[in-house]
Design a protein. Structure first.
Length: 510
């Protein structure tokens, strides 16, 4: 096999990321050497590869589905929003500047097409198959001229396109038909068919509609995937309270101890890497929720301030919501608080920011002894160390450089020299994302939290976050294997879109 496929969607959040991962896991089970690819990703949920490149976490998750290491080739363009009007552009894993949406779509995006195609060609020369993920909808006709992630790349690389629709939202037939009908004749030639996602109920009731859709478009439906809880791992963006329980749903277990542990996560603006708390939700007896009011911290055993693309803005928001004073009171009362990356910086004495917000000196919450200066160069590393007697791995993505002037070290090397973060009483802070995925450290940290909170909570001795992730990816592969027409899907990946697919008017300019 030397094939490829573009998984597009009728809308954002139709299920492109998880379907791509599922197809990847299904293929690798068949002995196919496969890789994921997304030309352009807009997300604040990112990851650092072994070579120190920043890519979307969805592509890192898809690489895990392929059982390979993620690289910058798999997500050459990453856009990290810094507000309503601009985004940081990360090219081949490194930031290259800030651009407004108009500036990006007005010329810069199209200039990146060559780079994107080169990355895809390199992957296709290395792997048997490359499964590409689109972005949003391919029928964004206002953006088609400069598109490099949907039909733009499909046309240039001659990729067959599978359109995924979320039937749980309603209107899936109209969405399928309208998506095709708003594409040009040349684009329509590559749209092979459809995949229904998140179906609840009796599939036989859906079949007449699928037959009519085939009659209207000349295109087959390659499968109907049933609704399944707990499959939303490492999504690109968004805040879904239900997402926090998804890992636990794959292995429901009662608490080991007499008490549960309640974790409140401050839902700060421009929140980044919200998946840091997934590892907490994986623990039986840990209840994770997002909060935006001070009274919601009252019964929390641990409060987490997550990362953010707008540290100063998030700090202002905490003050506006009354959460800043509540966090200071918690720290004074020796009630556990954990700040991660931007959340760590917020807990310090002050921030000097001429890079992100350009606001100059801003006072922090003053509960940790550190001063932060934002540097133009972004720190992108995959550190390892020790904490609480356990090995820890993580990854760093930040412009802020912390000068820690007191407290105890959080993460240290084998000789006990401080590597990152600090702790004062029950207030902890670190720049390391993903540290809670280290099972031994997570258990030790939760034992400390439980002791400080006076809870009879006991971490499960055998929870493996990596194993739970693998189980989820296998569940995605099962969905494809059991509910998609895998023979037809194989032919599509290997041979491309069927010839002679009909044109559906009115179409759009080529």
């Amino acid at each position: 096999m030397n094939g490829g496929l573009l998984v597009a969607g009728t809308t954002s959040d139709a299920g492109k990321s998880v379907v791509t991962a599922g197809v990847c896991r299904w293929l690798v089970r068949q002995g196919v050497k496969v890789a994921p690819f997304k030309a352009q990703n807009m997300s604040l949920n990112s990851f650092v590869t072994r070579e120190g490149a920043e890519i979307g976490r969805a592509q890192a998750m898809q690489a895990q589905a392929c059982r390979i290491e993620p690289t910058a080739l798999m997500n050459p363009v990453l856009l990290k929003p810094g507000g309503e009007q601009s985004s940081q552009v990360v090219l081949l894993g490194k930031p290259v500047g800030e651009l407004s949406a108009r500036g990006y779509h007005g010329g810069r995006q199209q200039k990146l097409l060559g780079t994107v195609l080169d990355c895809l060609a390199e992957l296709r020369g290395t792997y048997d198959a490359v499964i590409c993920e689109g972005a949003g909808s391919p029928a964004e006709i206002n953006l088609r001229r400069t598109d490099i992630v949907n039909m733009g790349i499909a046309r240039n690389a001659r990729l067959p396109v599978l359109v995924v629709g979320d039937i749980d939202r309603g209107g899936v037939f109209a969405s399928f038909f309208g998506t095709v009908a708003l594409l040009s004749r040349e684009d329509q030639e590559l749209v092979a068919g459809f995949l229904v996602n998140k179906f609840r109920g009796d599939v036989s009731l859906l079949e007449p509609g699928l037959d009519m859709l085939h009659g209207l478009t000349g295109r087959q439906t390659y499968g109907v995937l049933p609704f399944r809880h707990g499959l939303g791992i490492d999504e690109e963006d968004g805040l879904r309270v239900s997402l926090r329980g998804t890992v636990r749903e794959s292995a429901v277990a009662p608490p080991v101890g007499a008490d549960v542990l309640r974790v409140a996560v401050c839902a700060i603006p421009l929140m980044s890497n919200f998946t840091d708390v997934d590892a907490l939700a994986a623990e039986p007896g840990v209840v994770v929720r997002f909060v935006d009011r001070p009274e919601e911290l009252a019964d929390a055993d641990l409060v987490v301030i997550p990362g953010t693309r707008g540290t100063v803005r998030a700090l202002e928001w905490l003050h506006e919501r009354g959460l800043a004073d509540a966090l200071r009171r918690r720290a004074a009362e020796q009630r556990p608080v954990l700040g991660i990356c931007g959340g760590f910086q917020i807990l310090g004495e002050h921030i000097e920011d001429e890079v992100e917000s350009r606001r100059g000196r801003v006072e922090g919450l003053g509960v940790l002894p550190l001063r932060v200066r934002f540097a133009p160069e972004k720190i992108l590393t995959r550190p390892e160390g020790r904490a609480l007697g356990e090995r820890v791995e993580g990854y760093e993505i930040h412009h802020g450089v912390a000068d820690v002037t007191g407290g105890d070290a959080f993460f240290s090397d084998d000789e006990g020299h401080s590597l990152d973060g600090c702790r004062v009483g029950q207030t902890w802070g670190t720049h390391w994302h993903g540290s809670l995925e280290s099972d031994g450290f997570r258990r030790a940290f939760l034992r400390e939290v439980a002791a400080a909170a006076g809870r009879r909570f006991v971490p499960a001795p055998d929870t493996s976050f990596a194993a739970l992730r693998e189980e989820q990816l296998d569940r995605l592969g099962d969905l494809i294997e059991q509910h998609a027409d895998t023979d037809a899907l194989w032919r599509l990946i290997e041979s491309g879109a069927p010839q002679g697919l009909p044109f559906i008017p009115p179409g759009a300019p080529a």
